[in-house]
Design a protein around this ligand. Structure first.
Ligand SMILES: [Zn+2]
Length: 178
């Protein structure tokens, strides 16, 4: 369940000179309508990208009636057009990413490749963020536990879980334990 307060959004949106692009996925229909009720009063939203799986007649009707902003549906994991759109954005554009962590991490990566910095993104993840440990030996991603040592699911190597988070692998690096 997503907890977004009017204040959270307002503080982030009312930054002068910025226009916002929203990416929204993984929200229930009633949560999204509640959310749009909040954001419809903000003027600087340039486009709302909505995950395709959220397509719903009721939501669609609501958006047509209440939102002046363009709404574009996107498919998760087919991000080519988003990538090229992001590279064309003027300086000062901010991104607001809401959805499951996996989708958010993908979009963040695209945005960074398109030249956005982390400061230019507001991120609201839904659900638990699953942390991973990258095996230095076989490159397998393992589930992170609260232990300092994990055994790789794939090659059985004992790994020391480092504090070093690799953005490229989206995981903590696990070094072969001696
Ligand atoms: Zn391994």
């Amino acid at each position: 369940m997503l907890e977004l307060k009017d204040k959270d959004i307002g503080e982030n949106i009312n930054i002068r000179g910025h226009s916002f692009i929203f990416f929204i996925g993984g929200m229930s229909i009633s949560d999204s309508i509640a959310f749009f009720e909040i954001i419809k009063t903000y003027k600087d939203i340039s486009t709302i990208y909505l995950a395709e799986e959220m397509k719903d007649e009721r939501l669609f009707r609501y958006m047509k009636l209440n939102l002046e902003t363009d709404v574009i549906f996107f498919q998760q994991r087919s991000y080519d057009s988003i990538s090229s759109m992001l590279t064309k954005q003027p300086i000062g554009t901010k991104l607001f990413l809401i959805g499951e962590w996996e989708m958010i991490e993908d979009l963040k990566q695209l945005a960074i490749e398109a030249g956005f910095t982390e400061e230019e993104m507001v991120v609201k993840g839904i659900g638990m963020k699953e942390e991973k440990v990258f095996c230095a030996k076989c490159y397998h991603l393992n589930k992170k536990t609260d232990q300092n040592v994990v055994k790789c699911d794939n090659c059985n190597t004992k790994l020391d879980v480092s504090k070093h988070y690799s953005k490229r692998h989206k995981a903590y690096l696990g070094y072969i334990s001696m």
